[in-house]
Design a protein around this ligand. Structure first.
Ligand SMILES: *Cc1c(COP(=O)(O)O)cnc(C)c1O
Length: 350
């Protein structure tokens, strides 16, 4: 071993879903939106001037924060933005989770939480979901250094009623609670309004799924101005210019077209409800998803076998080789045509 190797920070990184290249493939593995961003985004992109890029972007992300403020009716000093919600959540871990007590998150949830906790050396405990993959709120009634969970949860897709989310927050007013709402637009009720009542609640959302902009990397968070100020202090101590000019401008633009946003959401929700029927007919069972994916297992065939067969036929879904998850497939909701191709293949294969 070289002497300096002893000083390397060792981490087991998060493994993102595959981004396979090729023309005729059906990609249902990373919960991307199958529809393009709003037409206004395309127009704004065409009008972008390269000369803008000589200068640094606005470190305060003012255009985007103003647009979010208008869209969600939240004051500007209660909003924080970053390079995808991954960046927002990572900054929040650094900012808020500095207790010696363990932070809490479900054993089955977004696998990045554990990676950040390890990276930032934050102790953590992972209360197990119940046998139906539901979060047990009572597991979060104990002392902790902070709490984070997604609602709807990933990869189960299960939505917790807002009253239960509030119950967890109400029991934990001495630590920061982060509510990760990456999938809330697909049928859930947001906890943003609870940030008025609880000064320890941070609600995180993303443009990656419901707003079709995963490639632009835009995430945001809502909370009490004291939380937002603390996030900004850490951000400005680390990298002041997190968001680039196209992301700021196009993100703001995406918020303008609410009609298009609602229409694409309705299409995805309709396709998801159809998928529940079709996958059920094919012998799959799954928790009742309120997200843009379905977490399914088959009554006869192993998930890994189905995953490989799909992959050999250019249909990509997500498979997690992990305890409790390794007989499930996470299938993102694509267009009706993509889903039809999936059902046809599955019918033949099964
Ligand atoms: C996709 C996802 C994120 C991160 O999304 P970004 O693309 O970084 O905004 C965060 N949390 C959950 C639960 C997700 O599924």
């Amino acid at each position: 071993m070289k002497p300096w190797e002893a000083n390397i920070r060792r981490v087991a990184p998060y493994v993102p879903g595959e981004q396979p290249k090729g023309e005729k493939l059906i990609k249902l593995n990373t919960n991307e939106n199958p529809y393009p961003p709003s037409p206004g985004v395309k127009q704004a992109l065409a009008q972008m001037d390269c000369d803008w890029f000589r200068k640094y972007p606005d470190p305060a992300a003012t255009v985007l924060i103003k647009a979010l403020s208008k869209t969600y009716g939240v004051e500007e000093d209660r909003i924080f933005v970053g390079v995808g919600s991954d960046d927002v959540i990572a900054v929040a871990f650094m900012t808020f989770f500095n207790s010696r007590k363990p932070i809490l998150f479900p054993d089955v949830s977004y696998s990045f939480y554990k990676v950040w906790a390890d990276l930032f050396r934050i102790p953590y405990e992972t209360p197990a979901l119940d046998d139906n993959f539901c979060i047990r709120k009572e597991d979060y009634y104990r002392e902790n250094g902070g709490i984070i969970f997604p609602n709807p949860n990933a990869p189960t897709g299960l939505l917790m009623p807002l009253s239960e989310v509030e119950d967890i927050i109400a029991h934990n007013q001495e630590s920061v609670v982060i509510l990760d709402e990456a999938y809330i637009d697909f049928g859930g009720e947001s906890g943003i309004k609870l940030t008025e009542k609880y000064d320890n609640l941070l609600v995180v959302q993303t443009f990656s799924k419901s707003r079709s902009m995963a490639g632009m990397r835009i995430g945001c968070a809502y909370g009490h101005p004291d939380l937002i100020r603390a996030l900004n202090d850490v951000k400005y101590s680390y990298n002041s210019y997190t968001m680039n000019i196209p992301s700021l401008v196009l993100g703001a633009k995406a918020l303008e077209d609410d009609k298009y946003f609602k229409e694409t959401l309705d299409k995805i929700i309709y396709t998801r409800e159809q998928a529940k029927i079709r996958l059920g007919e094919l012998g799959f069972s799954f928790p009742d998803s309120m997200a843009n994916f379905i977490f399914a297992s088959h009554k006869e065939r192993r998930a890994e076998e189905i995953y490989k067969a799909l992959r050999d036929n250019n249909i990509y879904v997500r498979y997690f080789k992990q305890p409790r998850l390794d007989n499930h497939l996470r299938i993102s909701i694509g267009t009706d045509e993509e889903m039809e191709a999936l059902y046809i293949f599955l019918k033949e294969f099964l």
